[in-house]
Ligand binder design. Structure first.
Ligand SMILES: NC(=O)C1=CN([C@@H]2O[C@H](COP(=O)(O)OP(=O)(O)OC[C@H]3O[C@@H](n4cnc5c(N)ncnc54)[C@H](OP(=O)(O)O)[C@@H]3O)[C@@H](O)[C@H]2O)[C@@H](O)CC1
Ligand SMILES: Nc1ncnc2c1ncn2[C@@H]1O[C@H](COP(=O)(O)OP(=O)(O)O)[C@@H](O)[C@H]1O
Ligand SMILES: [K+]
Length: 467
């Protein structure tokens, strides 16, 4: 759960160091910054401790420096505090904070568990796998604690990728200055517990931000169905999937939704307009309609020759295009070659498996891989999952780590594809993020154990919160 103002900048470890340096250049000392960080964390620790004994873990770097500030303040405020230290340099701000601590200090190995644990072992400086005694002690002490508050990040997770380097979970995490990618990327995101944000006066500017509620405008008084956007959804071998996309587009704000395929009606609201498409030529003919503002292809498309032919026609058209599901698998390693030359806006919505089929995995975490793929393919990529990374070809990134796990049910991705189609129908640089926000919010409103159809019914309520 993220208790952070939406749209908060997300800074990598390197950007964080640069922002910190900008503060120093502006005349703020490192001690002052550390005091602010420690004070913010101590306030939260005091709030959650309810007078229970506190153990503060202090690592060798600045995360440890923050920890000594927390320990000192909690003690000043009357709490029973012991520090378990991993050692560290004597110099610098962290050394100074250590020297200002005059309470009880034990080694990490000797430390006995206490009900409240403040984890200040490692933060953004976590540079390699945590091993040996430090790892054992961290796990032993955190498992035995009733409440674990992590300073900046739970120790043992890579800041920029969220990779588990031997870390232990926290009940809550105070993100200092800005969110870091790890707060929004699995597996770290799950280990952060509730993320709280502490503004410690660090200017945080970044191309990456967390997902925020969009501002949507209600249809203008003189709007008509075409001015709101005609979305064409291509039907394939599993017509139900395309119908989910089409219905989501209808409720997602499109003025007109056309379902093109062989289904010839089937179930679905009467508001959906069906067009018979037997062959790729039929689709090409239909796509000649310049009132079409966006096309969605992929949900339930199938992976045979006919599907490949339909996809070829869709890619060649000059309309905005959402590519999802089977169409992504059909693109496979050819994705870059086939998509990068499109002139109209293209959004790809892969889950992890589909992403892996299109792009060489290479090194790096989900964030880096998605950003790099979006640049290469010159399209927006919505890389889905419990953590969703939306990367635009111009480098803008929106990250969402706070969606309902009940979304892990068949057809919810089809709903998202339809929403993307509806949001981008009028030309909109924020379409993908709007679609993901509405999808996430609709899921939250749907509660537990919903199915993809139920999700669609919640989209109007989600939109209602944005207009
Ligand atoms: N930036 C800001 O704006 C502000 C930052 N602030 C705070 O600073 C934190 C970042 O501090 P930091 O850079 O000193 O790194 P930190 O996380 O303490 O760890 C570095 C130490 O850990 C060690 N080490 C690493 N991996 C290890 C391993 N596997 N096993 C064992 N050791 C390992 C590493 O050793 P080395 O790699 O050098 O051998 C080094 O000694 C940040 O999270 C926030 O809390 C706030 O005070 C104010 C504003
Ligand atoms: N564990 C999870 N937590 C949050 N969201 C999830 C989780 N698993 C899947 N989702 C979301 O649900 C949707 C599933 O899409 P997808 O895998 O394409 O399913 P389908 O192809 O069946 O429609 C995506 O929007 C994804 O981000
Ligand atoms: K920490």
């Amino acid at each position: 759960m993220i208790r952070v103002p939406r749209g908060t900048p997300v800074l990598t470890a390197e950007q964080m160091r640069a922002a910190e340096q900008a503060c120093f250049d502006a005349g703020v000392s490192q001690e002052e910054l550390m005091e602010r960080a420690g004070t913010a964390v101590a306030r939260e620790a005091a709030r959650f401790a309810f007078g229970r004994p506190v153990l503060v873990l202090a690592g060798p770097g600045n995360n440890g420096g923050d920890a000594y500030v927390v320990a000192r303040l909690l003690r000043q405020w009357g709490h029973d505090v012991i520090v378990a230290a991993l050692g560290g340099k004597e110099a610098g701000a962290a050394g100074m904070m250590r020297s200002r601590w005059d309470g009880e200090t034990v080694t990490l190995d000797d430390a006995e568990p206490r009900p409240v644990l403040v984890d200040g072992l490692f933060g953004t400086g976590m540079s390699r796998a945590l091993e040996g005694e430090a790892r054992k002690a961290l796990h032993r002490l955190s498992q035995a604690a009733a409440f674990v508050l992590a300073i900046d990040l739970p120790s043992g997770f890579a800041t920029d990728s969220g990779e588990d380097l031997g870390g232990a979970p926290a009940t809550a995490t105070v993100a200092l200055g800005a969110l870091k990618p790890a707060h929004l990327l699995m597996p770290a995101l799950e280990r952060c517990g509730t993320v709280l944000h502490a503004d410690i006066g660090i200017p945080g500017e970044s191309d990456i931000c967390s997902l925020s509620r969009p501002h949507l405008v209600a249809p203008a008084r003189d709007s008509h169905k075409y001015s709101r956007g005609l979305v064409l959804v291509v039907e394939g071998e599993m017509p139900g999937a395309a119908r989910l996309s089409a219905r989501a587009a209808l409720h997602g704000g499109a003025g007109y939704v056309m379902l093109a395929g062989q289904g010839g009606g089937g179930n679905g609201p009467d508001a959906l307009v069906h067009r018979s498409v037997e062959s790729a030529d039929d689709l090409q003919h239909l796509l000649g309609d310049d009132r079409i503002s966006a096309v969605v292809i992929g949900p339930g498309l199938g992976r045979g020759e006919r599907s490949q032919a339909l996809l070829g026609v869709a890619i060649a058209c000059e309309h905005r295009l959402v590519i999802d599901g089977d169409a992504l698998t059909l693109l496979g390693r050819d994705a870059e070659r086939r998509i990068s030359g499109r002139t109209a806006e293209t959004v790809l919505t892969p889950h992890e498996g589909e992403f892996g089929r299109m792009f060489d995995d290479g090194d790096g975490g989900k964030l880096d891989r998605t950003v790099s793929a979006a640049r290469r393919i010159c399209a927006t990529i919505v890389h889905k999952g419990p953590d969703t990374v939306i990367a635009h070809p111009d480098g803008r990134v929106v990250m969402s780590g706070d969606s309902s796990p009940w979304l892990s049910t068949a057809g919810t991705g089809d709903v998202l594809a339809g929403l993307c189609g509806a949001r981008m129908a009028k030309g909109n640089a924020h379409a993908a993020a709007e679609a993901v926000w509405l999808h996430t919010r609709a899921a939250a409103l749907a509660g537990p154990a919903f199915c993809a159809d139920d999700l669609i019914g919640r989209i109007p309520d989600a939109i209602g919160e944005c207009v």
